[in-house]
Design a protein around this ligand. Structure first.
Ligand code: NDP
Length: 482
């Protein structure tokens, strides 16, 4: 086992103080014998200390003029963007992505922070009515202490989608990183926290009971969670006794619907970025593809040809198209889906090449798979795989494919692929999802002006834009009679 002395120690940050007790090793998912960081494991007591620190800092931060909060957070966005060169390689080594994906996480995070913060002054302006009878002022006030629990797949941007609206509207924050990608995120949050009054931004690490303690704490008034649907349900349960406001961004099983007039080359150029980027571990990745039966073989052949050029290896290898899966549970979950598919009538096509075959078993590596001739009702079509495996399902007509796309407990993203803009829009309007993209379905589909979130069991609420800010404020209505 390799443990370098230069391995960073990642502590809690509570009320401006670092604490590094009870460290555990965090390993590289692409080199399982390599320790990447030593990370503090917190307890419910650490959560309590962090929440009280945030609670003490709240009145001062709430009363800081909004323009000053905006300036500090715009400076934080620059700090974040400027940290990418130093910290993106560390992020690669802890979450398993390739370097450009980690750099994109920092860039998207800085962009999201900058964009949401720049909306705040107009958003927070009170709405007032002044007539002969009365003066009415409807004011947006922060809720108090907010809690954020963020996952490992894109930890920086998913943090900023919560930190930006929480802090700019005057809340203070306690954030819990994922135990599977805690280091780079925490190091950059320490830098940001140092530019803010102590206690405004706190970080507590943990495994097992920290998340629940945070969600159940009576002084926490807002919880924002990104992760799996099953844990999202537990988050809601933990908040019930104290009735907190909750935002959930959960799993998805995004359909991509290829229409019979689609340009396959153009569609595949873009769609494949949405399938295999981050090894398929993105909430709004393309998770099932529906292709018209008459053009099915042509599409499947073209897709397999392209995917066969992919190379899989460690994220710091510049030749890698994508890296390993993030953790053992995720790896086993995808292997299990592959096993169940292997025992069905579908055809599992393993593609691509191993960059370093001798190290293959020293990481959660998996080659890209395309699954042909699979039914809409197969487990791989119905369950969220979160891995580099995609089912291609043949359909007979538009009514059938819309019914199948909507036949899911999830409803996060989705896409329609066509050369006819009007037909694409008409189809998009019939899909039950938080977002539908036409001729795109990947990072490049995102537009900060679009609210992001899901319907059904993909979540509650939206992030980005004014609606994202509104999740962190209460409306306080004041009326003075004349
Ligand atoms: P989870 O969704 O289970 O989330 C883990 C986090 O939730 C940890 O920080 C954990 O903290 C916290 N947590 C656990 N139990 C509770 C609770 N009762 N109350 C509050 N917080 C709690 O992450 P996994 O990595 O296990 O992923 C599971 C699945 O989720 C994946 O297979 C994938 O399908 C999906 N996923 C979706 C993502 C997305 O972007 N939407 C991102 C990552 C995963 P603690 O350690 O303290 O328990």
């Amino acid at each position: 086992m390799t443990t370098h002395t230069s391995v960073p120690q990642i502590g809690h940050l509570i009320g401006g103080q670092l604490s590094v007790a009870d460290l555990r090793d965090a390993y590289d998912p692409g080199r399982l014998n390599e320790v990447v960081a030593r990370v503090a494991v917190g307890t419910a007591e650490d959560v309590d200390r962090a929440v009280h620190a945030a609670h003490r800092a709240f009145p001062g931060w709430r009363d800081t003029p909004v323009a000053e909060r905006v300036q500090k957070l715009l400076a934080a966005a620059e700090l974040l963007a400027g940290s990418s060169e130093e910290l993106a390689p560390l992020l690669v080594r802890e979450h398993g992505g390739v370097l450009w994906e980690a750099q994109t996480d920092f860039a998207l995070g800085a962009g999201a922070l900058q964009h949401m913060v720049s909306l705040a002054e107009e958003f927070l302006r009170p709405v007032q009515f002044d007539d002969e009878q009365s003066f009415v002022s409807v004011e947006k006030v922060p809720r108090g202490v907010a809690a954020a629990i963020v996952p490992w797949n894109m930890p920086v941007v998913l943090t900023m989608m919560k930190l930006a609206p929480a802090l700019v509207t005057g809340n203070t924050l306690v954030l819990k990183p994922s135990p599977f990608a805690p280091a780079a995120l925490t190091l950059v949050l320490h830098k940001i926290a140092a530019t803010l009054p102590p206690g405004v931004l706190n970080v507590v690490h943990g495994e097992g009971d920290v998340g629940a303690a945070l969600c159940g704490h009576p002084l926490v008034r807002k919880v924002a969670f990104t992760g799996g649907t099953a844990t999202g349900q537990k988050v809601v349960e933990a908040t019930v006794p104290t009735l907190k406001n909750v935002t959930l961004e959960l799993g998805g099983n995004d359909p991509a619907i290829v229409l019979d007039d689609a340009d396959f080359d153009a569609a595949l150029d873009r769609m494949l970025k949405g399938v295999y980027t981050r090894t398929g571990q993105i909430c709004f990745a393309v998770k099932r593809v529906y292709v018209p039966r008459g053009r099915y073989q042509q599409f499947a052949d073209a897709m397999c040809d392209r995917v066969n050029s992919y190379a899989v290896g460690h994220g710091l290898d510049p030749e890698a198209s994508f890296g390993p899966l993030n953790n053992e549970a995720q790896f086993k979950k995808v292997l299990n889906l592959l096993d169940r598919t292997r025992n069905s009538s579908a055809t599992l096509v393993e593609l691509g090449r191993k960059l370093d075959p001798s190290s293959w078993d020293n990481g959660y590596y998996m080659l890209p798979h395309v699954v042909r001739d699979i039914e809409h009702t197969a487990p791989l079509s119905c369950e969220e795989q979160f891995g580099p495996v995609v089912p291609l399902i043949a359909y007979d007509n538009e009514e059938q494919v819309i019914a199948w796309a909507n036949d899911s407990d999830y409803g996060l993203g989705s896409s329609v692929w066509t050369t006819d803009p009007d037909r694409g829009l008409a189809m998009a309007r019939r899909i039950e999802a938080g977002s539908t993209f036409i001729n795109t379905h990947s990072f490049e589909s995102l537009d900060l002006r679009m609210p992001f979130g899901g319907v059904k069991q993909s979540g509650i609420g939206r992030e980005f834009g004014a609606i994202g800010l509104s999740a962190y404020v209460e409306e306080h209505a004041i009326r003075r009679l004349k």
